[in-house]
Design a binder for this molecule. Sequence first.
Ligand code: ADP
Ligand code: ZN
Ligand code: ZN
Length: 746
Amino acid sequence: MRPEYAQVVVDIAVADLNQSFYYAIPEKYRELLRLGQVVTVPFGRQRRKGFIVGFAKQPALDLNKIRPIIKLERSEALFDQNMLRLLRWMASYYKSFLINTIKTALPAGLIEGKVSTKKINYVKLNRSTGEMGLLIKDLKKRAPQQSKVLDFLLKAERDYTVVELAKILSLNRSTVYTMIKKGYLSYQEDREHRRPFLQVDQSLSSAFQPTRAQAEVIAAINTGIKNKQAEVFLLHGITGSGKTEVYLQVIAGVIKRGGGAIVLVPEISLTPMMIKRFYSRFGNQIAVLHSHLSPGERYDEWCRLKNGTAKIAIGARSAVFAPIKELCLIIIDEEHENSYKQGENPYYHAREVALMRGKLEGLTVLLGSATPTLESYYRAKKGIFKYLNLPARVSQSSLPPVKIIDMREELKRGNTTIFSSELFAAIAQALKQKEQILIFLNRRGYASFVLCRECGRVIKCNNCDISLTYYAGANLLRCHYCNFSGKPPADCPACGSSSIREFGIGTERVAEELAKAFPGAFIDRMDVDTTGRKDSHRLILERLEKGRTDILVGTQMIAKGHDYPNISLVGVITADTILNLPDFRAAERTFQLLTQVAGRTGRGSKQGQVIIQSYDPEHYSIQAARNHDFNGFYRQEIAVREQLSYPPFSQLVNIIIKGRQEKPVIKGAMALGVFLKQYHQYLTTILGPSPAPLVRLRNKYRWQIILKFNDWGPRNFVLTEIKRVFLPEQSREVTYTIDVDPLKML
Ligand code: ADP
Ligand code: ZN
Ligand code: ZN
């Protein structure tokens, strides 16, 4: 029975359209249409593209209203039933439109028809090998060039174009054309795969003999893969403990059994080094997906996965959607990284999508990190994830010593500069020994807080335990969660000192001070200001690598990435700037960042050292980072989360209200607040409305409402009600963005 109607999701962004529509299938397409194809359909008075998401014998609607599909745009099906189920789940979980989730999952520009395949002509031998052997002999004297070509192609392991042959064998192209005319060779049309980053000829490297700890971990994961029970593993191991080697060996096992795998890495670690490591183990079975590829290149890599030429996808966030045949395994390296969460609609987190894909397809999911998120570690403790541990570095080298400097003491001794005497001396010493130095600070221009330099107390909100943000213009302190506001106190409420003031130092200022103090040193700076241009990030790192840079000053960008053996000192100007961000994850971020920066040294032969300055040196996140003590940090932090009912003990939603004019934004935010309080206050805790920490961004005013839920059910209900009842009544001047499980609360 051939279906007569197709359900199509139309590519149009209208707030209340989240459904698919029925279209009649014209006779000529009856045998051709499949799920996941792109078609053009009539929509109102327009023509629109859309995706086929289902078929029916009978539509659920009035037959007279149904119009036919205009055109089949692509015969290729871009997703299958499993992927569609995942995308439907995503649309529902993140309260996004199905069309948006579909477009997120596919290579950019595909539906618009902006990317296409590039055809290329390869040259092929035309006769059997035996015949060719005779021909080569025959041609050797008469036409030695031609015999050379035949000889080369007989031994070749891949196809070559005319241009390539001419170049490699240094002969005239006309020689090859003559041979085609004579019928020795023929053209074969094929797709060219643009793979700019992999133009290295490498011999494949072999695996290490796993250590005993690695072997245990690998065995556990392999059992999980064989069971096909959608098990999730959390691999907790410090940097250098051999996690990546575990990934490589587990993948090798999967490939051997004919399966495929996805490896997600944070965008920033998608470096040539990292790709090379995988490439040298698996060669062309790897496809790389990341944002620095052109749309054409991305599409080509995607196609290699889809047609089975490549079995392993490595990429950032969106590689979680890679169309891999016989997929068995999804690995998420550095699972704590924020870049796994998309900062625009749909606001999905690649880890949550991977977990759901695992469930739908019976895949094993492997999360790896030196500093797992509280959420993941909590799930491991509960037995929802299986916990695996690699406690020591493969090289047996120890982690660098970390020293904490109490800046309050420095002040007491009359040192009012940004550098403690200890850090200052260590910098001078390292410079003298021609070693390199990283100076790290975390400063986001907008998040300033008020701190007592005498006792280290920061003014926080009584309701939310979140640092209050200081507004110099209005001389006001404000909570971005609950909208409490008040004048900053003149004296410290804890110790009565008057050394209480706004706090914040930028990288520019630190670099200036360093230049003054150490005039001979070459000082480089890495932050959002200096890495705006395309190449600047790479150039800064290159100068560091070549030894040109003595001191690199930077924000969290320098906490990640490469290892440089000549770095012997890492200094953190103030750990407090991260600790006092108006974000309930501030302590966790502090611990993660300090652990990461500490990992930047002590890699080479030199023993490194880390110096962290703080006004709150007893804080558990700083103490735990000093002692490399993840468990100690977890115990304290999980207690705080439970007490204040933050994730993993609740589920958050951040609703951002944006618009060009301030008044309608405030009015819209208030209206949503009233709606929620009136109808849903028993299902959710409502924080706000309040101005967002970034109250103006890209010329738009921003307010926010944070909702806390105990469970998925009430959350889904309230969000659906907002979309169904509240939003249709609102003015179009203001937009409402729903961020489910928000990570950035700024
Ligand atoms: P991680 O991903 O946890 O940082 P890696 O897998 O990169 O750790 O391992 C750290 C270093 O140890 C790398 O240089 C790697 O090549 C090496 N290594 C890993 N496993 C082994 C092993 N079993 N035997 C020898 N060297 C290993
Ligand atoms: Zn004080
Ligand atoms: Zn508050």
